[in-house]
Design a protein around this ligand. Structure first.
Ligand SMILES: NC(=O)c1ccc[n+]([C@@H]2O[C@H](COP(=O)([O-])OP(=O)(O)OC[C@H]3O[C@@H](n4cnc5c(N)ncnc54)[C@H](OP(=O)(O)O)[C@@H]3O)[C@@H](O)[C@H]2O)c1
Length: 182
């Protein structure tokens, strides 16, 4: 089975974004860790809203480290509509439909240059994948800050997930915790 690493950064008050952008909750140390996960990625997974956000840089931009890494946008909504929207915007991302029941098959079949898939989505997709893919690892990066403003973003996903910690380390006040489902 393919390895699925889900990468998320949050503040101590559970915010995943500030002003619609995760930079505000990230730190230099977090970004270094994020880049180390990218170096392992055979394919990147993002969510529909992140993919269509015009403010975000192209993940596989020419000349960038991930130029040749497939980027898959996983959605539970209509992948045809999403494909059209991605094409209109000139985004070289592939729309993939999934449901909790089909997720394992979808992840086994998507194009990837190696067996490690890294999810860089927002929390809604991230936690849906953690719930539905056996063995998925959540790499949660906790920034040493409290931050809430009108653009803060919290997970809206309604779910109950019991987790187990498989590793924890602190680097320059940033805490990295690896979880799997209990
Ligand atoms: N902190 C981090 O590590 C990190 C990483 C990436 C992005 N972000 C930030 O997170 C925000 C976007 O992430 P998000 O996932 O929360 O975005 P979202 O727009 O809330 O959700 C993304 C996708 O999840 C589905 N969705 C939306 N609302 C849902 C709900 N209430 N319950 C279940 N599924 C729902 C939809 O997918 P379908 O296509 O299936 O309909 C949607 O396209 C942005 O502000 C971005 O900057 C943070």
């Amino acid at each position: 089975m393919r390895e699925l690493i889900i990468s998320l950064v949050q503040t101590i008050n559970g915010s995943y974004a500030q002003d619609g952008w995760s930079t505000g909750v990230s730190t230099k140390t977090d970004f270094e860790y994020f880049k180390s996960l990218r170096r392992r990625a055979g394919a990147i997974i993002i969510d529909r809203r992140t993919a269509l956000n015009p403010a975000l840089p192209l993940v596989n931009a020419p000349g960038k480290a991930l130029e040749h890494t497939p980027v898959h946008v996983l959605t539970e909504s209509d992948p045809e509509v999403l494909s059209g929207q991605l094409e209109e915007r000139g985004l070289d991302y592939r729309a993939q439909h999934f449901s909790p029941d089909t997720l394992t098959r979808v992840l086994e079949s998507i194009e990837s240059v190696n067996d490690t898939l890294v999810c860089e989505s927002g929390p809604n997709l991230a936690y849906r994948l953690l719930d539905a893919y056996p063995g998925a690892e959540l790499h949660l990066s906790l920034s040493p800050r409290y931050s809430r403003n009108s653009g803060s973003h919290f997970s809206q996903l309604e779910a109950s997930l019991e987790l187990r910690v498989i590793d924890a380390k602190t680097v320059h006040d940033q805490v990295f915790i690896r979880y799997v489902k209990a």
